[in-house]
Structure formats: C-alpha cells, structure tokens
Design a protein around this ligand. Structure first.
Ligand code: SF4
Length: 197
C-alpha cells in the first residue's frame, strides 16, 4: 500500500512528512501498526519530498487549512516544510503547524524567523506545566526540551507569529490550571483538547 503523505479530515488537509519525533509521549498513537482517523500514517518507504507533497496538495484553496502534522514532528523536515508552506501561500492557501515545540532544539538554531510569513498558526503541545511533569508524560529524548519549547513559543511571539499552547484534557484540572499560568507567563493562549483514544 502507498504511504500516506496527505490526508483530509473535515475541511483541512494534513501533511505527514516524517515518523521522527523527539518525544515518546505516553499517550502517543504513533507506531507502525496504528492508524489515525482510518489513515495508516507510518511512513514505510521513507520521507516524501516537498515536490511529492505539493503535487498531492494541488490547489490549497480547496481546504480551510493545510496542516503540518502527521505522526512525527514536522520540524525535522524544516526545509521541506518551508518549501511546501511557500507553495501553499503562493496559491492563496493557509498553513498551520502542529508541533511539540522542539524545532529550534532539533535544528540547532532559532527557527522562529523562518516560520514568520510561512505559517499562519502554530499549535505547540505544552502538555504539562513543569519540566518534571513534562519529562514523565512526554519522555523527551533531548536535554532541556521543556525549556526549549517555552523559548520557541517566546521566539514565535517575538516574531509576531500567531501561536498558542495546547494540552490534552487527560492531565487533569489542576495541571491544566498550572498550564494556563505558564501560557500567561509566555503571553500566548492555552487551548485544551480531547485526548485521542
Ligand atoms: S510529540 Fe506527538 S508525535 Fe511525538 S511522541 Fe508526543 S504525541 Fe507522539
């Protein structure tokens, strides 16, 4: 079966650029066998080129948003992401990035300026209010991941890129309340979303 590079849910088209991720979240659905909304998202044949993905997108205005999401962390594919985002914008489409916020850590530089003008909204999975709780829930594979995520959010805000934190509702009211305080300190909104079973 052909790998799934793009998949539609509702009015949005989602892009699946990589299996790689710098977290091992306890609630993650990412593995070789599972599917998401009926789509098998594990890339068995390798990561797609930007050209392959843009050919699948076609006219981006057919969708409300083109969303960089998928099983893995899209910022591992920063060059392809930028190329695809430019394609979408050149044809009048809108872009969103769903990310764990490790993009600058992964790429070894502040990538926020490279996202300005390319990504219309960045959804950063905060997931937990402290580095300790984050380590237990998201099991980051890199040192300083929680602090790097907060710094990424601050850098996006400084660049004027629309961004917000998200948490899954399973973490409980007390943790959600603490996350609201973290978001307020950074100066961006917090959105609470349902856990994917
Ligand atoms: S950040 Fe997302 S893709 Fe990565 S392990 Fe967590 S839930 Fe899975």
């Amino acid at each position: 079966m052909k790998d799934t590079y793009t998949y539609q849910i509702g009015d949005n088209l989602y892009l699946n650029l990589t299996n790689r991720c710098s977290n091992r979240c306890t609630f993650c659905v990412r593995d070789e066998r599972s599917t998401y909304e009926g789509y098998p998202l594990w890339l068995k044949g390798g990561e797609p080129s930007a050209e392959t993905v843009t050919a699948e997108i076609g006219d981006p205005t057919r969708y409300r948003e083109i969303v960089f999401c998928g099983f893995g962390e899209p910022t591992y594919r920063l060059d392809a992401l930028k190329q695809i985002a430019d394609y979408v914008h050149a044809r009048g489409g809108r872009t969103r990035l769903n990310t764990n916020g490790h993009g600058s850590l992964i790429n070894g530089r502040n990538i926020a300026p490279e996202l300005r003008g390319r990504i219309d909204g960045v959804n950063i999975s905060l997931n937990a209010p402290t580095a300790e709780a984050y380590a237990a829930l998201c099991r980051p594979q890199r040192e300083g991941a929680f602090a790097a995520m907060l710094e990424f959010a601050r850098a996006l805000k400084a660049e004027g890129v629309c961004c917000w934190f998200s948490v899954v509702d399973c973490i409980g009211e007390a943790a959600i309340s603490q996350c609201r305080a973290v978001a307020a300190e950074v100066g961006i909104p917090l959105r609470v979303r349902e856990m994917i079973e």
